[in-house]
Design a protein around this ligand. Structure first.
Ligand code: F6P
Length: 360
């Protein structure tokens, strides 16, 4: 292997640049390789948008959010939209990826992405492209790794938000509802709720009963605790209800939220308790900004680990964290598979034992 490529797919997550930097530095310094950055995710690779990456290009990017590789997006080369006869159709354009990789003389590719991008990486590998994956998402919902980079920063942002909501909740004797991201998993809500001292945490893994939430708030009131903090994962849903997190439209996410579960919970709580209730939807603040120290380190370990994997020709694998150690697993163990919070997780147990209401 003489020359490698790197690309970032899917949504952004704090730490993308830290991975890119680690890949570039390790490839050039340790192995004497050259590196091409494919721009704008898989869409850019399909359109042959690329730039050479030298050590100079990665100076100062470690603390920067976003990605230096243009934009990230959710384009899928196996299901790519084209307009035919005025109508949108989806076609397989993955051959273009092979052509463009070959035009740039790239021997192997590092693909940084979440479940969707890793599923594409797996398909490209099955078709003959030498790839390795790096797990990324603030949601922390990837199977086969104990943690994704980006999660710790999102968690820190959500915890800081809860600290701020606490003081204003206390000042007005209000109920504050914070809706956090996480898609189909409750990792951010659970961890931030525990770190931020929430009274109620609602996660997709445990369908909630709104009566339990109301009871918790009323009980606190009777104990003289005049305010309450509720954390709601965007994917939380009532018993027998549906998730309103995001509606998949064709192959992309529809950013229009169908009501927002935080609003629903907030209105129900205000009506039932008579307490003034306010909702905050934290949204994309969780994806932006500088990565935490933990994420910078994890992303760096993933980046260096990915280049080691390539050099060992362990294509079709993904770097992962197992306990305290960087390891690797076949892409098929991670690609397209979601990891929710296990119901027997000790953090859930701790939350219960602290008296936090989980809605069940
Ligand atoms: O997967 C990361 C994530 O931020 C989710 O938490 C959230 O549901 C989704 O992406 C939002 O997607 P978009 O940025 O396309 O609105």
């Amino acid at each position: 292997i003489k020359r490698i490529g790197v690309l970032t797919g899917g949504g952004d997550a704090p730490g993308l640049n830290a991975v890119i930097r680690a890949v570039v530095k390790t490839a050039i310094r340790e192995y004497g390789l050259s590196v091409v950055g494919f721009l704008n995710g898989f869409g850019g690779l399909i359109k042959n948008q690329a730039r050479e990456l030298s050590e100079k290009d990665v100076v100062g990017i470690l603390p920067r959010g976003g990605t230096i590789l243009g934009t990230t997006n959710r384009d899928n080369p196996f299901h790519y939209p084209v307009i035919k006869g005025g109508k949108k159709e989806f076609v397989d354009v993955s051959d273009r990826i092979f052509e463009n990789v070959s035009i740039h003389g790239v021997d192997a590719l590092v693909i940084i992405g979440g479940d969707g991008s890793l599923a594409i990486a797996k398909e490209l590998y099955a078709k003959g492209l030498p790839v390795v994956g790096v797990p990324k998402t603030i949601d922390n919902d990837l199977l086969a790794t104990d943690q994704t980079f980006g999660f710790d920063t999102a968690l820190t942002t959500a915890t800081e938000a809860l600290d701020k909501l606490h003081t204003t909740a206390e000042s007005h004797h209000r109920v504050m509802v914070l809706e956090v991201m996480g898609r189909y998993a409750g990792w951010i809500a659970l961890a931030a709720g525990v770190a931020g001292g929430a009274d109620v945490i609602l996660i997709p893994e445990i369908p909630y009963d709104i009566k339990k939430v109301i009871d918790q708030i009323n009980q606190r009131e009777m104990q003289g605790k005049k305010f309450s903090i509720v954390v709601v994962a965007e994917g939380a849903r009532p018993v027998g209800g549906e998730m309103v997190v995001h509606k998949r439209v064709e192959d992309s996410f529809d950013p229009i939220r169908l009501g927002g579960i935080g609003n629903v919970v907030s209105q129900q709580v205000e009506e039932a308790t008579g307490k003034e209730t306010r909702v905050t939807v934290l949204g994309h603040l969780q994806r932006g900004g500088s990565p935490s120290a933990y994420d910078r380190i994890l992303a760096t370990r993933y980046g260096t680990g990915a280049v080691r994997l390539l050099m060992e020709k362990r294509f079709g694998e993904m770097v992962c964290l197992q306990g305290a150690t960087i390891s690797s697993v076949p892409l098929e163990e991670a690609a397209g598979k979601i990891r929710q919070v296990p119901l027997n997780s000790d953090l859930l147990l701790s939350a219960r034992q602290l008296g936090i209401c989980l809605g069940d």
